[in-house]
Ligand binder design. Structure first.
Ligand SMILES: [Zn+2]
Length: 313
């Protein structure tokens, strides 16, 4: 016959088991609900948050992050979130601030503990000096917000996210830090491979459509000599395109990189005029179905780039 103590423990165990069966949401409820503006931030949250978070991005990886069409489902997702992570530097200014207000979720309002601007962790390029005017373009008044395409920034952002998750879910702090250490290790290994693959192409000149590429270019030693857009957020003009073609001929630039959400007409005419390869590269995770995480993003772009450089010799 089991003693009374053992019987009690058995009953408690049965109770826990029953609760698990009757309300599977109970175990789920312990997870932090994280929403991010873009897929790249979601990918980094997934790396350090593992199974202790539910994470989803609002924008798709193939969308222009400056101009995302808000869907009703965005509000629902924002309402249910414990933590909102944004790229910041006004990247999302055209679509996100109104949604945050409308969500009515006090946890994720600007300045609340559940609002995290990831740009604070990253190295930011093209920060305007002196007074900012409209002549500089419409969309990058605080520095370049496309900062995640540098493994060094990926590491810094992931560390910032791990610290934030640990602050919000203190019981799992060690778990998040351990996940970050593991990510850091895998990233260092991958970085050595990427650096090696890109080494023969250091100093190569490229043109990009939008200024989405400065951190990648800096990390891998590429030289971005011009842009298909005359200014950030301003569509191509015939006179600017002519100047760009002349510059590319003069500098012997043989690669034009285009983000997947821009019209290919102007880049292709530039390619025809200069003999340059026109490459649709991915600025974000999810830009193509097979690119499902931060590592695959670099694998994909480096593969495209090295092929384009070889073809353009
Ligand atoms: Zn931009």
């Amino acid at each position: 016959m089991p003693g009374p103590q053992l019987r009690t423990r058995g009953l408690a165990g049965l109770f826990v088991l029953l609760m698990g069966v009757l309300s599977p949401g109970l175990a789920e409820a312990k997870k932090l609900n994280v929403i991010t503006s873009t897929t790249d931030m979601a990918a980094l949250v997934q790396e350090v948050g593992g199974e202790k978070v539910n994470v989803e991005a609002l924008a798709k990886g193939y969308q222009d992050p400056h101009f995302v069409e808000a869907k009703p489902s965005f509000l629902l997702k924002l309402r249910q979130s414990d933590l909102l992570i944004v790229v910041g530097l006004q990247l999302e200014i055209g679509w996100l601030p109104a949604l945050i207000t409308q969500s009515g979720n006090p946890r994720i309002q600007v300045g609340a503990p559940g609002y995290l601007d990831a740009s604070q962790f990253a190295q930011i390029l093209e920060v305007p000096q002196g007074q900012v005017t409209r002549a500089m373009g419409d969309v990058h008044p605080m520095g370049n917000p496309h900062y995640w395409l540098d493994p060094g920034n990926g590491r810094r952002i992931a560390r910032g996210i791990a610290n934030k998750l640990a602050e919000m879910d203190q019981g799992d702090g060690a778990y998040f830090q351990q996940r970050f250490q593991d990510f850091d290790k895998r990233l260092t290994t991958a970085e050595q491979k990427w650096d090696e693959e890109m080494k023969p192409y250091r100093g190569r000149k490229v043109v990009t459509y939008h200024r989405s590429f400065p951190n990648f270019a800096q990390h891998f030693g590429l030289d971005v000599i011009g842009y298909v857009e005359p200014r950030p957020g301003i569509p191509p003009t015939p006179s600017h395109t002519m100047e760009l073609v002349a510059l590319m001929k003069q500098e012997n630039c043989k690669v034009v990189l285009v983000e997947p959400y821009f019209d290919l007409k102007t880049p292709q005419s530039v390619g025809r005029a200069t003999g340059a390869q026109v490459v649709v590269y991915l600025p974000s995770v999810g830009g193509e179905k097979q690119v499902t995480n931060y590592f695959e993003l670099f694998d994909y772009d480096i593969n495209l780039l090295t092929k384009a450089f070889d073809a353009g010799k």
